[in-house]
Write a protein that binds this ligand. Structure first.
Ligand SMILES: Cc1cc2nc3c(=O)[nH]c(=O)nc-3n(C[C@H](O)[C@H](O)[C@H](O)COP(=O)(O)OP(=O)(O)OC[C@H]3O[C@@H](n4cnc5c(N)ncnc54)[C@H](O)[C@@H]3O)c2cc1C
Length: 435
């Protein structure tokens, strides 16, 4: 009787899951597996672990509703997957292809470990709309500049989205193991944000339905409006694969306003293909031109805690602490402030973001930080924002600042961007003079 193991990683869904779909259609028995790997979890933000715990519970419920289950193991991913494959007599292990150095190394180790006993490792798409590496410019292994990538991405043939399986039959002999509880989040880095996004495929699909119906059409006009908060907020769900990026892109493509939104998904794919080609590791940028800078540790600490005295920067940094999320425009402003005005190396900022963001992932986080700092492929050195102009343009009545900086709530209108000195409620004076 044929059996295939499906190793879930950052693809925690049942809909449009090529690795699962191929297993269900190609074998009589399927072992959906998730491995809680201490080496991975130890470096993961508490906010992401909390999301993961919720997403795994929904995944198990979804599989049980189809007659299957989620098998959970704790330990080294390669060792546990190889053991389950041997235990169940599996002919193959299916996995969704990931990007980055550690994912590539794990794939290689897994292929080697399974190869001995003759188990085949098959790698499937699913983490991006267009698989990393599928589009290459002439004479190069990946696109270094976004606009030509976007053109290629838009005209590429996308695969069709796949349905969720009706039935999943798992071998009766396999012990399913216990799901982790919320306390697992205690093992991660950073702090747990009280207003973080709830994890899981059901929440993700609900959000897709509600947002595309109500806000997609007007997206382009409001995506930079800080206080309006009208972007999709799907990034965490995309990070964990609770929604398929391809399925989302196919939905958006057929709706009014979809083009501007598709461009954002193309940015996501763009950073993934760069991370894939360059095998981005957890260490430095490939043009680490800012690493010799000395960090002003007090300034860095003030930035992290949202106490720089620059209201729009502090609002962004406090949103991050409270929600494990920050509006894209605020990410650009805060990253610009850190690298261009405080002259702190981008990796310090990227690491702080990564310790809190629910959507934190290497490709998007490092890709965007490198872009801001001018240390990546795209090395423009003049991306220096005028802080006050940014604040007045993207938070014209100051509501974003008042939402996240309670000390300044008594100041109405755009004057909140230039509080009097001394400022109310113990709000700090500006760390840096106005530009
Ligand atoms: C310094 C910095 C760090 C960032 N770190 C991350 C990160 O770790 N993880 C992450 O997912 N995004 C990151 N971004 C990109 C972007 O800020 C978030 O994806 C976006 O704010 C998420 O909100 P949303 O889902 O409402 O986005 P929407 O505007 O609704 O966009 C839809 C989706 O498109 C993708 N997307 C949008 N903008 C970008 C972009 N610039 N780069 C890559 N993908 C994009 C995201 O998956 C997002 O969910 C970073 C941006 C900056 C400037």
């Amino acid at each position: 009787m044929s059996t295939i193991v499906v190793l879930f990683t950052r693809d925690l869904r049942l809909h449009d899951h090529p690795a699962l779909h191929a297993a269900v259609t190609g074998a009589e028995r399927v072992v959906p597996l998730f491995v809680l790997d201490p080496a991975v979890l130890g470096a993961c933000a508490r906010n992401r672990i909390a999301y993961l715990v919720e997403a795994l519970a929904e995944l198990r419920a979804g599989l049980r509703g189809r007659g299957g289950d989620l098998v959970v193991r704790e330990g080294d991913t390669v060792a546990e997957t190889t053991r389950i494959a041997a235990e169940t007599g599996a002919a193959a292990v299916h996995v969704s292809g990931e990007v980055g150095a550690s994912a590539a190394a794990r794939e290689l180790d897994l292929a080697r470990a399974l190869g001995g006993p003759g188990v085949r490792l098959r790698v499937f798409p699913g983490v991006t709309v267009v698989p990393p590496g599928a589009l290459t410019p002439s004479g190069g292994d990946h696109y270094r500049v976004f606009t030509p990538y976007l053109r290629a991405w838009e005209s590429a043939a996308w695969r069709a989205a796949l349905p969720a399986p009706d039935r999943v039959a798992i071998p009766s002999t396999v012990a399913v193991g216990r799901l982790p509880g919320p306390s697992l989040a205690g093992t991660g880095t950073g702090t747990l944000s009280p207003d973080r996004t709830r994890g899981g495929e059901d929440s993700a699909r609900d959000r897709v339905r509600a947002w595309t119906a109500s806000a997609l059409a007007g997206y382009e006009g409001v995506r930079d409006d800080l206080s309006g908060d009208r972007t999709s907020r799907l990034s965490g769900h995309l990070r964990f694969g609770c929604v398929s990026p391809l399925e989302l892109a196919l939905v958006a493509r057929n709706l009014p306003g979809g083009t501007a939104f598709l461009r954002r998904l193309a940015w996501r794919d763009f950073h993934h293909q760069a991370a894939h080609a360059r095998r981005w590791a957890d260490d430095a940028g490939h043009r680490p031109r800012d690493t010799d800078r000395r960090t002003d540790e007090d300034g860095f600490a003030a930035w992290c805690s949202g106490r720089t005295g620059a209201p729009v920067v502090d609002a962004g940094m406090r949103q991050l602490l409270r929600e494990g999320f920050m509006h894209n425009r605020a990410r650009m402003i805060t990253a610009n402030y850190l690298t261009r005005l405080l002259s702190v190396p981008w990796r310090r900022g990227a690491d702080h973001f990564h310790s809190l963001l629910v959507d934190g992932d290497l490709a998007n986080n490092h890709g965007n930080w490198r872009w801001i700092a001018g240390t990546g492929d795209d090395t423009r050195s003049n991306r220096r924002f005028n802080l006050l102009r940014q604040a007045r343009r993207f938070d014209p009545d100051g509501s974003y600042v008042r939402r996240y900086v309670p000390e300044l709530r008594g100041i109405s209108g755009p004057e909140v961007h230039t509080p009097p000195l001394p400022a109310p409620g113990g709000y700090p004076p500006p760390l840096l003079p106005e530009p």
